[in-house]
Each structure stands twice: as C-alpha cells, then as structure tokens.
Design a protein around this ligand. Structure first.
Ligand SMILES: [Zn+2]
Ligand SMILES: [Zn+2]
Length: 293
C-alpha cells in the first residue's frame, strides 16, 4: 500500500499545482508536503420527474345561474399516460366531450364583477390628480360580469392538461473531514467530480441493495437517500413519475504540509482551503499591505 499512499500524495500535489498555476498573481509557494489522504466527499442528487394535472375551461355565458351545477371532472381519473421516459415540459392536452353548466367563477353567480379600472372604489384620479367618478362603472364600483353577461352562469368546455416537471434535491455526504467553507461550496448544486452510481426507478425511498460498492454497509449514503427520497420536492396534488439517484465522487484530499499544517484541496477545478497556508513570504507581505491600506 506504500505505492498507493505516494500516488495519493502525488495526485493531491498535482491538484494543488493546477490550482496554483491558475493564479500566477497570487504569490503562492510550491507546497512541500508529508502526506495526503483522500477524503472524497460525495454529492448525492435525487431528481424527481413528477406529473401535475388540471382542467382548464373555455366559458360561454349562459342565460341563468345553475341551481345544481354539474360536477367538475377529476383529471386524475382520465387516461393521460406519459411514456416512461417523459421529460420535463412534456405535456398532454385532452379536450373533454360535452360542456358543463357551472356557476360563473368570476362573479360567483352574482352577475356583478369588481370594476377593473377603479378596483371597486367607484372613483379614479384624473391627469391633475383630482378625484373623479370612475367613467368605466359610473361610480358604482362594479360592472356587469363580462364572462357570464350578468347571468351568473356559464357553459364551460373542459380541457384536461397533464404536464411533466422535474425537481432536484442534493446533499453532500459529510462523512469526510472537509471544512465548512468547502462543504458549502460543494452544496451549491454544481455537479463536480464523476458519477460513480446512477439508479433510476419509479420511486426511490431507500438506497438500492445492489449496484454501488457495498451499499448495505454504506449507512451515511443510505441516510441521505432516505432523507431525500421521503421528501421529494413536489407540489401537493402532483404525482411522482420516476426518480433518478446520482452519486458523484468529488476529488478531495487533506494534505499535511511539512510544517504540520493541513490544507484541503477539493473539487473540479481544484480549490484550496485555507489559502493562507500556501502564501509565500512575498504573498503574506503583499496581503499585509492590502489589509492595512
Ligand atoms: Zn360572472
Ligand atoms: Zn370603476
């Protein structure tokens, strides 16, 4: 394993070097280090494809308000099945047969609607900011309901609409010793590192038993999957279509420098924290001048 250990150190130093050469102005020294350990944190993404359904209506004014309005259709009882690989924004539009006799939604059957010009006040301000009677409603504050033409009732042609949406939740496996600033950055919803496990299913509420390392003993990952899977980010009344679990390993190392201080190098492209441990003497002086300016 001694060869493995020096490989880890070489990888960590190479990552620091990539970071260092990307900021030639920063006066950073070439680090000399004793050892490095890989602390590879994991980003766990749970993507949920879910379906929403609703019914939209086109209204025509009726001549009366119904005493017993027709029941509205429940869109979830309709056959509107998306394919299993449906994507976000996919939509099925289903015009339903017939028309319904309903109470007008705008005026709730009263036949009067709040005047849109004065918002029910009956008065408006003229160009010289004087209060004058609203010309739209003749100071009444209400107008004849434009949807039902004062009858309080409408005929409604229903169209059912089903839409696919996508939401995503992510958590970082904090089993690693990474400092907080690095962890927060990795939780920034940016995918880093490489995918080490991908699993798709109708519903994911627990870590699948097979497929990734020894998943049975991976309690840290399992806890995250259960937490994400039991509270998918979907609005009430919608339905989960399928879910995708993605685990990404982010390269990260804890590097112990020759002077026994630790720095962490993590991510793609690599970042280092705390940076001050790698400042050269010239860099420290430069920083001193800046902070005391
Ligand atoms: Zn109305
Ligand atoms: Zn008005």
């Amino acid at each position: 394993m001694s060869g493995g250990q020096s490989d880890v150190l070489a990888d960590a130093l190479a990552a620091i070097e990539t970071w260092r050469t990307a900021r030639p102005w920063a006066r950073l020294r070439v680090p000399s280090a004793k050892r490095a350990v890989s602390v590879a944190p994991r980003q766990v993404y749970l993507t949920t494809f879910f379906e929403t359904r609703r019914v939209e209506y086109a209204f025509i004014a009726a001549s009366t308000c119904p005493a017993n309005p027709d029941p509205r259709p429940d869109p979830w009882t309709l056959s509107m099945d998306h394919s299993r690989d449906a994507k976000a924004h996919d939509r099925i539009t289903l015009p339903l047969k017939g028309q319904l006799f309903l109470v007008c939604e705008i005026c709730h059957g009263s036949g009067d609607a709040r005047c849109p010009k004065c918002d029910g006040a009956g008065k408006v301000h003229d160009f010289e900011n004087r209060e004058v009677g609203c010309p739209e409603c003749s100071r009444r504050g209400w107008i004849a309901c434009p949807v039902c033409a004062e009858s309080g009732g409408v005929f409604a042609r229903p169209t059912a609409i089903s839409e696919i949406h996508c939401s995503e939740r992510m958590q970082v496996d904090e089993a690693s010793e990474l400092p907080l600033d690095a962890l927060l950055e990795l939780m920034d919803e940016e995918r880093e590192g490489e995918t080490v496990y991908l699993h798709e299913s109708d519903r994911i509420v627990d870590l699948p038993r097979q497929g990734y390392r020894d998943t049975a003993s991976d309690t840290a990952l399992r806890e995250i999957v259960i937490a994400l899977g039991n509270t998918p980010d979907i609005p009430p009344g919608s339905r989960v279509l399928r879910q995708r679990l993605e685990v990404r390993a982010v390269p990260a190392w804890k590097v112990t420098l020759d002077d026994d201080r630790d720095v962490f190098v993590y991510g793609v492209p690599p970042r280092v924290t705390p940076e001050r441990h790698l400042l050269s003497t010239a860099g420290k002086l430069a920083r001193l001048f800046v902070t005391h300016d």
